[in-house]
Design a protein around this ligand. Structure first.
Ligand code: HEM
Ligand code: HEM
Ligand SMILES: [Fe+2]
Length: 460
């Protein structure tokens, strides 16, 4: 770490971890409700728990992205953050708005639009907050000593993510129109502009961790970004099949969304190729494990499992079932949650100056979290496929089917236990690193040497 102001990233990451724990708590509330243990129903009914679970997910991921940007942009631009105090104000106000929204959900103050449940008045506060963030990062890049492709793509991803929030704030009486524009936020985020953020963060990590030339890694970034735009924008059509939008969306959505996995496949191939090509062995192997894990799982969750239900002929039967929840879980985990974990794993030793790399707890966290989450996805898949056959092929009653598939949630909860164990280990490790310190400040050009020196000592 070269700059004092990068330290703010630590607090974004710490807040993200706290909200992740809360998200998991709400996951368990729903999981138990699904097997009939719904004792909290009076206070936290399933729909409240669901909105809280998914909104907390989006909150902590955004905190993770912001923290990553505050860590990376000063270094890429070779200057302190433009307004460090503003970054603090922005963190605190973001948490206040987030927590206010979550509390509001428990008093039925929310809008019934999946993922965009935040009431409109709070939306305006989110906008102001994000504007402050975009301005801070933008000014740092603008007045920085150098521009890199990585920082420009990262900035463009963050900026467009902020702009795309706006169509979700327009009010429509008409259900079809409301749905139509809701996807401009939800779909164009995760299958469009967030992929830019992801491409840029992976680029940064791979440059640092593999030692492959920046030029080579950044060139690939253009290719991935190109694929993303080509397929993701018109791929929005896979949400317009049977909602009252014109029929041509069946064709457009089907074809373009079927191409989307290619962007993720490109990302996976590119990550693995760079890691194999890289001559340099960075001391922080665990960060590389999380980085490559992200590259691979982001093909599995969004790409492979997305393709599984994206053709209109299939989606006709699977729409809105647990097949969707199966894909939603692995897609968010594999692409974006793991990405934030990768950046945190890379940044923590830099931020705190403590070189606790490659410890056993860290590896155990990686494997148990991933095996647990894969198990959860598998259980949801079996539940989802059974639901589709029983309810939509055999024509059984909705609630009767939900009862039939209850058993799969026992399996899901067991796997969720393993996953949670992994997450808690990760957080235990996070805490062990201690707080950010000034000892961690090293001129960037010495940083690489310090790491290599450490490696030599370790291998002797
Ligand atoms: C990282 C990227 C992705 C994430 C985080 C993600 C996440 C999600 C989530 C949470 C939903 C449920 C949304 C809702 O009902 O409000 C969803 C729906 C859907 N996703 Fe993805 N997804 C990603 C990429 C993809 C890709 C690449 C494809 C296609 C190849 C795809 C295909 C679909 C389809 C067809 C639906 C609609 C399901 C339905 O009709 O109920 N997704 N996705
Ligand atoms: C212990 C861990 C977890 C448990 C037990 C759990 C459980 C659940 C349950 C029961 C639902 C509702 C499904 C339904 O409608 O019936 C749900 C929704 C969802 N969860 Fe989790 N979850 C957990 C962790 C996570 C994590 C870590 C992520 C993301 C990385 C995540 C992402 C989602 C998403 C995106 C949805 C909405 C899916 C959709 O739109 O269909 N969950 N979760
Ligand atoms: Fe989509």
């Amino acid at each position: 770490m070269k700059f004092q102001s990068q330290k703010i990233a630590y607090w974004f990451f710490a807040s993200a971890m706290a909200l992740l724990v809360l998200q998991i708590v709400y996951g368990f509330i729903m999981g138990f409700a699904r097997i009939g243990m719904d004792g909290l129903h009076e206070w936290i009914p399933f729909n409240t728990a669901r909105a809280t679970h998914t909104n907390l997910l989006v909150f902590w991921l955004l905190l993770g992205f912001m923290g990553s940007a505050y860590f990376i942009i000063p270094e890429e631009s070779d200057r302190e953050l433009m307004w460090p105090k503003l970054a603090w104000a922005q963190l605190i106000s973001f948490l206040v708005v987030g927590v206010a929204a979550i509390i509001g959900y428990h008093f039925n103050w929310w809008e019934g639009r999946k993922f965009l449940e935040i009431p409109r008045p709070l939306d305006y506060l989110v906008v102001v907050n994000v504007l402050a963030f975009i301005a801070n990062i933008g000014a740092t890049i603008w007045f920085g000593k150098r521009y890199t492709t990585t920082s420009i793509v990262l900035y463009f991803g963050l900026l467009t993510a902020a702009l795309l929030y706006l169509p979700g704030m327009i009010f429509f009486e008409n259900q079809t129109l409301d749905s139509f524009y809701r996807w401009w936020v939800v779909h164009l985020w995760v299958e469009g502009v967030w992929e830019l953020i992801m491409g840029a963060l992976l680029c940064y990590l791979l440059i640092k961790l593999t030692g492959v030339d920046r030029e080579i890694i950044e060139k690939w970034l253009y290719v991935v970004v190109g694929f993303t735009f080509l397929s993701g924008i018109l791929g929005t059509g896979h949400h317009y099949y049977y909602i009252g939008a014109p029929k041509y969306w069946l064709m457009v959505g089907g074809i373009f969304s079927a191409l989307e996995p290619l962007a993720f496949l490109g990302m996976a191939m590119y990550g693995i190729a760079m890691a194999r090509k890289g001559g340099r062995k960075h001391s922080n192997r665990l960060a590389l494990v999380w980085t490559l894990g992200t590259c691979i799982m982001s093909f599995v969750g969004p790409g492979f499992l997305g393709f599984a239900h994206t053709l209109p002929q299939v989606n006709l039967y699977t729409h809105g079932t647990l097949v969707t929840a199966m894909h939603g879980h692995m897609a968010f985990w594999g692409a974006y949650a793991m990405l934030v974990f990768a950046v945190i794993t890379y940044a923590l030793p830099m931020l705190t100056g403590r070189k606790l790399w490659n410890n056993t707890t860290g590896y155990l966290a990686f494997w148990t979290a991933n095996i647990g989450f894969t198990g959860m996805t598998g259980a949801l898949a079996v539940a989802g496929i059974s639901q589709v056959y029983l309810e939509r092929k055999a024509g059984l009653d909705f609630l009767m089917v939900q009862r039939e598939i209850e058993v799969h949630f026992v399996g899901m909860l067991l796997a969720a236990g393993l996953f949670t164990f992994g997450i808690l280990l990760f957080i235990y490790n996070f805490i062990r690193f201690g707080l950010p310190s000034d000892e961690a400040l090293i001129p960037a050009d010495l940083e690489g040497e310090a790491e290599l020196e450490h490696l030599e000592r370790r291998t002797v």
